[in-house]
Design a protein around this ligand. Structure first.
Ligand SMILES: [Zn+2]
Length: 115
């Protein structure tokens, strides 16, 4: 991958991370606030708990994605970005364009998911 393409993906990853961090802060804030409202009871309490469960899952998946983005940025720094971590083949640029944080090619991704 040439330097221009690498820079292109780097800036995509950085803006994705910035947007994600922004959302993530807000969701963590929501989560903290819902944990503190313990004086409500009954049906309100139940729907509050549902909301907390949903928010927790969102926060968790955001954290996972953040890790992937950070990992991809590290790989740019050390020069292995765009190389599949499963088979060491180049990941097609179109796949990276759609999802810059991927570290596996389609074949390895599918193998991992069906494992
Ligand atoms: Zn692969």
């Amino acid at each position: 991958m040439n330097a221009d393409t690498l820079l292109h993906f780097k800036s995509k990853l950085e803006s994705e991370r910035a947007a994600l961090l922004h959302d993530h802060e807000r969701h963590e804030q929501d989560l903290r606030e819902s944990h503190t409202s313990e004086d409500i009871a009954g049906a309100d309490r139940a729907s509050e708990l549902d909301e907390v469960a949903v928010e927790s899952r969102i926060v968790e998946s955001e954290e996972l994605l953040l890790e992937k983005i950070n990992h991809a940025l590290e790989r740019i720094d050390i020069g292995t970005y765009g190389i599949c971590e499963g088979c060491n083949q180049e990941i097609p640029t179109a796949r990276l364009e759609a999802k810059p944080s991927v570290s596996l090619c389609v074949v390895c991704q599918e193998a991992k998911e069906s494992a």
